[in-house]
Design a protein around this ligand. Structure first.
Ligand SMILES: Nc1nc2c(ncn2[C@@H]2O[C@H](COP(=O)(O)OP(=O)(O)OP(=O)(O)O)[C@@H](O)[C@H]2O)c(=O)[nH]1
Ligand SMILES: [Mg+2]
Ligand SMILES: [Zn+2]
Length: 363
Protein backbone atom coordinates (compact mmCIF):
# COMPACT_ATOMS: atom_id res chain seq x y z
CA UNK A 1 0.00 0.00 0.00
CA UNK A 2 1.13 3.56 -0.72
CA UNK A 3 0.00 6.91 0.63
CA UNK A 4 -1.69 7.53 -2.73
CA UNK A 5 -3.81 4.41 -2.26
CA UNK A 6 -5.06 6.09 0.89
CA UNK A 7 -5.96 9.30 -0.93
CA UNK A 8 -2.71 11.26 -0.54
CA UNK A 9 -2.06 13.89 -3.21
CA UNK A 10 0.22 16.79 -4.09
CA UNK A 11 -1.67 19.38 -2.12
CA UNK A 12 -1.41 17.28 1.05
CA UNK A 13 2.26 16.62 0.35
CA UNK A 14 2.95 20.30 -0.01
CA UNK A 15 1.24 21.20 3.23
CA UNK A 16 2.99 18.32 4.97
CA UNK A 17 6.49 19.25 3.80
CA UNK A 18 6.73 21.91 6.52
CA UNK A 19 5.86 19.32 9.18
CA UNK A 20 8.05 16.49 7.93
CA UNK A 21 11.15 18.14 9.41
CA UNK A 22 9.90 17.21 12.87
CA UNK A 23 10.17 13.56 11.97
CA UNK A 24 6.39 13.26 11.87
CA UNK A 25 4.67 10.85 9.51
CA UNK A 26 1.50 11.36 7.48
CA UNK A 27 -1.41 9.08 8.40
CA UNK A 28 -5.12 8.94 7.60
CA UNK A 29 -7.67 8.53 10.36
CA UNK A 30 -9.84 5.50 9.80
CA UNK A 31 -11.77 5.07 13.04
CA UNK A 32 -12.90 7.18 15.97
CA UNK A 33 -12.74 5.30 19.26
CA UNK A 34 -13.66 8.44 21.26
CA UNK A 35 -10.47 8.62 23.34
CA UNK A 36 -8.16 7.21 20.71
CA UNK A 37 -8.37 6.96 16.93
CA UNK A 38 -7.34 4.31 14.45
CA UNK A 39 -4.93 5.55 11.78
CA UNK A 40 -3.38 4.05 8.66
CA UNK A 41 0.21 4.75 7.72
CA UNK A 42 1.56 4.74 4.18
CA UNK A 43 3.09 1.30 4.68
CA UNK A 44 -0.35 -0.11 5.47
CA UNK A 45 0.31 -0.34 9.18
CA UNK A 46 -2.69 0.39 11.40
CA UNK A 47 -1.94 2.18 14.66
CA UNK A 48 -3.88 3.59 17.56
CA UNK A 49 -3.27 7.29 18.07
CA UNK A 50 -4.13 10.05 20.53
CA UNK A 51 -4.56 13.76 20.01
CA UNK A 52 -1.94 16.13 21.35
CA UNK A 53 -3.13 18.77 23.79
CA UNK A 54 -2.28 21.44 21.26
CA UNK A 55 -4.41 19.94 18.52
CA UNK A 56 -7.29 19.58 20.92
CA UNK A 57 -6.76 23.05 22.24
CA UNK A 58 -6.38 24.79 18.91
CA UNK A 59 -9.73 23.46 17.69
CA UNK A 60 -12.28 26.14 18.35
CA UNK A 61 -15.17 23.75 17.72
CA UNK A 62 -15.64 19.99 17.63
CA UNK A 63 -15.84 20.22 13.85
CA UNK A 64 -12.22 21.32 13.73
CA UNK A 65 -10.96 18.30 15.63
CA UNK A 66 -9.42 15.50 13.55
CA UNK A 67 -12.17 13.25 12.20
CA UNK A 68 -12.38 10.03 10.21
CA UNK A 69 -10.95 10.69 6.75
CA UNK A 70 -8.61 13.42 7.93
CA UNK A 71 -4.90 13.42 7.17
CA UNK A 72 -2.74 14.07 10.21
CA UNK A 73 0.91 14.46 11.11
CA UNK A 74 1.84 11.68 13.54
CA UNK A 75 4.66 11.56 15.98
CA UNK A 76 5.42 7.86 16.08
CA UNK A 77 5.98 6.73 19.65
CA UNK A 78 8.72 4.30 20.60
CA UNK A 79 7.92 0.95 22.14
CA UNK A 80 5.81 2.03 25.09
CA UNK A 81 4.94 5.50 23.99
CA UNK A 82 1.75 6.65 22.37
CA UNK A 83 1.53 7.75 18.76
CA UNK A 84 0.47 11.37 18.89
CA UNK A 85 -1.43 13.50 16.37
CA UNK A 86 0.61 16.69 16.16
CA UNK A 87 -1.34 18.44 13.40
CA UNK A 88 -4.30 18.01 11.10
CA UNK A 89 -3.85 18.85 7.43
CA UNK A 90 -6.41 21.13 5.76
CA UNK A 91 -9.48 19.35 4.48
CA UNK A 92 -9.95 19.27 0.74
CA UNK A 93 -13.61 18.44 1.23
CA UNK A 94 -15.64 18.06 4.38
CA UNK A 95 -18.89 16.20 4.66
CA UNK A 96 -20.71 17.41 7.73
CA UNK A 97 -24.18 17.71 9.14
CA UNK A 98 -25.40 21.18 9.66
CA UNK A 99 -28.16 22.91 7.86
CA UNK A 100 -27.63 26.51 8.75
CA UNK A 101 -26.72 28.79 11.56
CA UNK A 102 -24.24 28.09 14.24
CA UNK A 103 -20.82 26.85 13.43
CA UNK A 104 -20.51 25.12 16.78
CA UNK A 105 -23.26 22.71 15.87
CA UNK A 106 -21.49 21.32 12.86
CA UNK A 107 -20.59 17.65 13.07
CA UNK A 108 -18.10 16.18 10.66
CA UNK A 109 -19.27 12.90 9.16
CA UNK A 110 -16.13 12.33 7.12
CA UNK A 111 -13.31 14.44 5.74
CA UNK A 112 -11.70 14.39 2.31
CA UNK A 113 -14.54 12.58 0.56
CA UNK A 114 -15.13 12.52 -3.19
CA UNK A 115 -18.42 10.65 -3.46
CA UNK A 116 -21.35 10.39 -1.05
CA UNK A 117 -23.71 7.48 -1.67
CA UNK A 118 -27.15 7.82 -0.13
CA UNK A 119 -28.89 4.48 0.29
CA UNK A 120 -32.67 4.43 0.45
CA UNK A 121 -35.54 2.34 -0.94
CA UNK A 122 -38.75 2.84 -2.88
CA UNK A 123 -40.80 1.80 0.14
CA UNK A 124 -40.89 2.78 3.77
CA UNK A 125 -37.63 4.71 3.73
CA UNK A 126 -38.49 6.84 0.72
CA UNK A 127 -38.80 10.48 1.72
CA UNK A 128 -38.15 13.36 -0.65
CA UNK A 129 -37.90 15.93 2.07
CA UNK A 130 -35.12 14.02 3.76
CA UNK A 131 -33.46 13.49 0.38
CA UNK A 132 -33.50 17.22 -0.16
CA UNK A 133 -31.60 17.70 3.07
CA UNK A 134 -29.08 15.04 2.15
CA UNK A 135 -28.53 16.83 -1.15
CA UNK A 136 -28.09 20.11 0.68
CA UNK A 137 -25.30 18.82 2.89
CA UNK A 138 -23.66 16.87 0.08
CA UNK A 139 -23.73 20.00 -2.08
CA UNK A 140 -21.97 21.95 0.62
CA UNK A 141 -19.29 19.27 0.91
CA UNK A 142 -18.45 19.52 -2.80
CA UNK A 143 -18.57 15.72 -3.09
CA UNK A 144 -20.49 13.98 -5.86
CA UNK A 145 -23.96 12.71 -4.95
CA UNK A 146 -25.00 9.16 -5.83
CA UNK A 147 -28.29 7.62 -4.71
CA UNK A 148 -29.14 3.95 -4.52
CA UNK A 149 -32.81 3.04 -4.53
CA UNK A 150 -31.93 -0.30 -2.97
CA UNK A 151 -33.92 -3.44 -2.12
CA UNK A 152 -35.45 -3.29 -5.59
CA UNK A 153 -36.41 -6.96 -5.20
CA UNK A 154 -38.98 -5.97 -2.57
CA UNK A 155 -40.87 -3.49 -4.74
CA UNK A 156 -42.45 -3.42 -8.19
CA UNK A 157 -40.51 -2.08 -11.18
CA UNK A 158 -43.02 0.72 -11.35
CA UNK A 159 -42.42 1.71 -7.72
CA UNK A 160 -38.65 1.63 -8.14
CA UNK A 161 -38.80 3.65 -11.33
CA UNK A 162 -41.09 6.28 -9.85
CA UNK A 163 -38.89 6.68 -6.80
CA UNK A 164 -35.71 7.00 -8.87
CA UNK A 165 -37.38 9.49 -11.21
CA UNK A 166 -38.55 11.69 -8.35
CA UNK A 167 -35.03 11.79 -6.94
CA UNK A 168 -33.53 12.61 -10.34
CA UNK A 169 -36.01 15.44 -10.75
CA UNK A 170 -35.03 16.80 -7.40
CA UNK A 171 -31.34 16.81 -8.21
CA UNK A 172 -30.45 16.34 -11.88
CA UNK A 173 -26.76 16.25 -10.96
CA UNK A 174 -27.13 13.20 -8.77
CA UNK A 175 -26.59 9.77 -10.23
CA UNK A 176 -29.45 7.52 -9.23
CA UNK A 177 -29.33 3.73 -9.47
CA UNK A 178 -31.99 1.16 -8.67
CA UNK A 179 -30.17 -1.68 -6.96
CA UNK A 180 -30.78 -4.98 -5.24
CA UNK A 181 -28.31 -6.88 -3.16
CA UNK A 182 -30.49 -9.93 -3.29
CA UNK A 183 -30.55 -10.02 -7.09
CA UNK A 184 -27.10 -8.46 -7.39
CA UNK A 185 -28.57 -6.06 -9.91
CA UNK A 186 -27.07 -2.74 -11.06
CA UNK A 187 -24.26 -3.09 -8.59
CA UNK A 188 -21.66 -2.99 -11.32
CA UNK A 189 -22.42 0.70 -11.81
CA UNK A 190 -21.09 1.27 -8.32
CA UNK A 191 -17.74 -0.20 -9.15
CA UNK A 192 -17.22 2.72 -11.52
CA UNK A 193 -16.62 4.96 -8.54
CA UNK A 194 -13.97 2.77 -7.02
CA UNK A 195 -10.63 4.11 -8.10
CA UNK A 196 -7.31 4.33 -6.31
CA UNK A 197 -7.24 7.31 -3.99
CA UNK A 198 -10.97 8.05 -4.31
CA UNK A 199 -12.90 8.15 -1.04
CA UNK A 200 -16.56 7.17 -0.95
CA UNK A 201 -18.87 7.37 2.02
CA UNK A 202 -22.29 5.80 2.54
CA UNK A 203 -25.16 7.39 4.40
CA UNK A 204 -28.86 6.77 4.87
CA UNK A 205 -31.29 5.45 7.43
CA UNK A 206 -30.48 2.37 9.45
CA UNK A 207 -31.26 -0.88 7.65
CA UNK A 208 -31.32 0.43 4.07
CA UNK A 209 -28.37 -1.77 3.13
CA UNK A 210 -25.26 0.43 3.35
CA UNK A 211 -23.07 -2.25 4.93
CA UNK A 212 -24.48 -4.89 2.61
CA UNK A 213 -23.50 -2.85 -0.44
CA UNK A 214 -20.07 -2.22 1.06
CA UNK A 215 -19.65 -5.92 1.74
CA UNK A 216 -20.40 -6.61 -1.85
CA UNK A 217 -17.88 -4.02 -3.03
CA UNK A 218 -15.26 -5.37 -0.67
CA UNK A 219 -15.99 -8.70 -2.23
CA UNK A 220 -15.53 -10.68 0.90
CA UNK A 221 -15.96 -11.15 4.52
CA UNK A 222 -14.64 -7.88 5.84
CA UNK A 223 -17.95 -7.02 7.47
CA UNK A 224 -21.25 -8.75 7.38
CA UNK A 225 -24.93 -8.28 7.96
CA UNK A 226 -27.44 -10.83 9.07
CA UNK A 227 -31.03 -11.65 8.30
CA UNK A 228 -33.60 -9.03 9.24
CA UNK A 229 -34.47 -9.09 12.90
CA UNK A 230 -38.22 -9.73 13.24
CA UNK A 231 -38.64 -7.25 16.06
CA UNK A 232 -36.56 -4.29 15.01
CA UNK A 233 -36.80 -4.94 11.29
CA UNK A 234 -33.09 -4.31 11.02
CA UNK A 235 -30.12 -6.45 10.14
CA UNK A 236 -28.63 -7.49 13.43
CA UNK A 237 -25.23 -6.18 12.49
CA UNK A 238 -26.20 -2.63 12.56
CA UNK A 239 -23.13 -0.45 12.16
CA UNK A 240 -22.19 1.32 15.36
CA UNK A 241 -19.08 3.23 14.38
CA UNK A 242 -17.77 5.03 11.37
CA UNK A 243 -14.99 3.15 9.64
CA UNK A 244 -12.69 3.68 6.69
CA UNK A 245 -11.63 0.68 4.60
CA UNK A 246 -9.20 0.47 1.71
CA UNK A 247 -10.07 -1.83 -1.16
CA UNK A 248 -7.38 -4.06 -2.53
CA UNK A 249 -8.34 -3.19 -6.10
CA UNK A 250 -8.31 0.53 -5.37
CA UNK A 251 -10.79 2.86 -3.71
CA UNK A 252 -11.53 3.89 -0.15
CA UNK A 253 -14.86 3.32 1.56
CA UNK A 254 -16.28 4.81 4.72
CA UNK A 255 -19.26 3.09 6.30
CA UNK A 256 -21.48 5.07 8.65
CA UNK A 257 -24.04 4.07 11.21
CA UNK A 258 -27.57 4.78 10.00
CA UNK A 259 -28.47 8.39 10.50
CA UNK A 260 -31.55 9.03 12.53
CA UNK A 261 -33.41 11.85 10.93
CA UNK A 262 -33.61 13.79 14.12
CA UNK A 263 -29.85 13.63 14.50
CA UNK A 264 -29.24 14.97 11.08
CA UNK A 265 -30.50 18.46 11.51
CA UNK A 266 -30.23 19.39 15.13
CA UNK A 267 -29.75 23.06 14.88
CA UNK A 268 -32.08 25.50 16.43
CA UNK A 269 -32.85 27.47 13.31
CA UNK A 270 -34.22 24.35 11.67
CA UNK A 271 -36.17 23.50 14.78
CA UNK A 272 -37.83 26.88 14.73
CA UNK A 273 -38.49 26.66 11.00
CA UNK A 274 -40.09 23.27 11.26
CA UNK A 275 -42.14 23.90 14.33
CA UNK A 276 -43.05 27.56 13.98
CA UNK A 277 -46.69 26.83 14.78
CA UNK A 278 -45.79 25.03 18.00
CA UNK A 279 -43.41 27.79 19.06
CA UNK A 280 -46.17 30.32 18.45
CA UNK A 281 -48.65 28.32 20.55
CA UNK A 282 -46.06 27.83 23.30
CA UNK A 283 -45.94 31.57 23.80
CA UNK A 284 -49.48 31.34 25.12
CA UNK A 285 -48.81 28.60 27.67
CA UNK A 286 -49.54 29.75 31.20
CA UNK A 287 -46.02 29.09 32.46
CA UNK A 288 -42.86 30.20 30.73
CA UNK A 289 -41.12 26.92 31.52
CA UNK A 290 -44.12 24.81 30.41
CA UNK A 291 -43.11 21.23 29.57
CA UNK A 292 -46.28 20.93 27.47
CA UNK A 293 -47.53 17.99 29.49
CA UNK A 294 -51.21 17.05 29.78
CA UNK A 295 -52.22 19.67 32.31
CA UNK A 296 -54.29 22.80 32.33
CA UNK A 297 -52.67 25.99 31.11
CA UNK A 298 -50.75 24.48 28.22
CA UNK A 299 -51.77 26.15 24.98
CA UNK A 300 -50.43 23.28 22.86
CA UNK A 301 -52.47 20.71 24.75
CA UNK A 302 -55.50 22.97 24.37
CA UNK A 303 -54.96 23.09 20.62
CA UNK A 304 -54.67 19.30 20.59
CA UNK A 305 -57.95 18.99 22.49
CA UNK A 306 -59.57 21.11 19.80
CA UNK A 307 -58.12 18.84 17.15
CA UNK A 308 -55.85 21.60 15.81
CA UNK A 309 -52.62 19.86 16.63
CA UNK A 310 -51.54 16.24 16.35
CA UNK A 311 -49.85 14.43 19.20
CA UNK A 312 -47.17 13.04 16.89
CA UNK A 313 -46.20 16.57 15.93
CA UNK A 314 -45.80 17.63 19.52
CA UNK A 315 -43.78 14.48 20.16
CA UNK A 316 -41.49 15.29 17.25
CA UNK A 317 -41.00 18.77 18.62
CA UNK A 318 -40.19 17.57 22.12
CA UNK A 319 -37.75 14.99 20.78
CA UNK A 320 -35.87 17.60 18.79
CA UNK A 321 -35.76 19.93 21.76
CA UNK A 322 -34.26 17.12 23.80
CA UNK A 323 -31.63 16.47 21.14
CA UNK A 324 -30.68 20.12 21.10
CA UNK A 325 -30.44 20.22 24.88
CA UNK A 326 -28.10 17.21 24.76
CA UNK A 327 -25.98 18.86 22.10
CA UNK A 328 -25.71 21.99 24.24
CA UNK A 329 -24.67 19.91 27.22
CA UNK A 330 -21.92 18.15 25.30
CA UNK A 331 -20.69 21.50 24.07
CA UNK A 332 -20.64 22.83 27.60
CA UNK A 333 -18.71 19.76 28.72
CA UNK A 334 -16.18 20.37 26.00
CA UNK A 335 -15.77 23.96 27.10
CA UNK A 336 -15.30 22.80 30.67
CA UNK A 337 -12.66 20.31 29.55
CA UNK A 338 -10.83 23.07 27.74
CA UNK A 339 -11.03 25.30 30.79
CA UNK A 340 -9.65 22.47 32.90
CA UNK A 341 -6.80 21.95 30.48
CA UNK A 342 -6.10 25.67 30.62
CA UNK A 343 -5.82 25.49 34.38
CA UNK A 344 -3.62 22.41 34.15
CA UNK A 345 -1.38 24.12 31.63
CA UNK A 346 -1.20 27.10 33.92
CA UNK A 347 -0.31 24.99 36.96
CA UNK A 348 2.25 23.11 34.92
CA UNK A 349 3.82 26.35 33.77
CA UNK A 350 3.93 27.87 37.21
CA UNK A 351 5.45 24.68 38.58
CA UNK A 352 8.17 24.85 36.00
CA UNK A 353 8.66 28.50 36.75
CA UNK A 354 8.98 27.81 40.47
CA UNK A 355 11.43 24.99 39.85
CA UNK A 356 13.56 27.22 37.71
CA UNK A 357 13.48 30.01 40.23
CA UNK A 358 14.50 27.67 43.01
CA UNK A 359 17.31 26.35 40.91
CA UNK A 360 18.48 29.84 40.03
CA UNK A 361 18.34 30.66 43.70
CA UNK A 362 20.41 27.65 44.69
CA UNK A 363 22.99 28.37 42.04
N1 LIG B 1 -34.40 -7.87 0.22
C1 LIG B 1 -33.28 -7.16 0.30
N2 LIG B 1 -32.68 -7.01 1.51
C2 LIG B 1 -31.56 -6.28 1.58
C3 LIG B 1 -31.00 -5.65 0.44
N3 LIG B 1 -29.89 -4.99 0.83
C4 LIG B 1 -29.76 -5.17 2.15
N4 LIG B 1 -30.76 -5.95 2.62
C5 LIG B 1 -30.95 -6.42 4.01
O1 LIG B 1 -31.28 -5.31 4.81
C6 LIG B 1 -30.78 -5.50 6.14
C7 LIG B 1 -30.01 -4.30 6.60
O2 LIG B 1 -28.85 -4.16 5.83
P1 LIG B 1 -27.53 -3.43 6.35
O3 LIG B 1 -26.57 -3.50 5.22
O4 LIG B 1 -27.12 -3.92 7.66
O5 LIG B 1 -28.09 -1.94 6.51
P2 LIG B 1 -27.28 -0.65 6.98
O6 LIG B 1 -27.76 0.44 6.09
O7 LIG B 1 -25.82 -0.90 7.01
O8 LIG B 1 -27.85 -0.42 8.44
P3 LIG B 1 -27.12 0.33 9.67
O9 LIG B 1 -25.74 -0.20 9.81
O10 LIG B 1 -28.01 0.02 10.83
O11 LIG B 1 -27.15 1.80 9.32
C8 LIG B 1 -29.95 -6.77 6.09
O12 LIG B 1 -30.69 -7.82 6.65
C9 LIG B 1 -29.70 -6.99 4.62
O13 LIG B 1 -29.56 -8.36 4.30
C10 LIG B 1 -31.66 -5.84 -0.83
O14 LIG B 1 -31.26 -5.34 -1.88
N5 LIG B 1 -32.80 -6.60 -0.82
MG1 LIG C 1 -24.44 -0.76 8.48
ZN1 LIG D 1 -47.30 24.22 27.08
Amino acid sequence: MTLEDLGWNEAFAEEFSALAANGWKPARLIRDNKITCGALLGDGREVEVVMSGKVYHDARTDAELPAVGDWVALEIGDDNKEHVIRARLSRQTCFSRKMSGRRTEEQVIAANIHVVVVVTDAGPDFNLRRMERYFAIIGRSRAKAVVLVNKADLFSDEENRTAAEAIRNQNPEAEVHVTSLKKKSSLKALKEYLKPGISITFIGSSGTGKSSVINYLLGGDYQWTDEVNGITGKGRHTTTARELMVLRGGGIIIDNPGIREVHMWTDETTLREQFGDIEELARHCRFDNCRHGPHAGCAIRAAMAEGKMELTRLEGFLKLEEEIAKLRLSRQKRQMTIARRDRQDYREKSRRYDARRNRDFEE
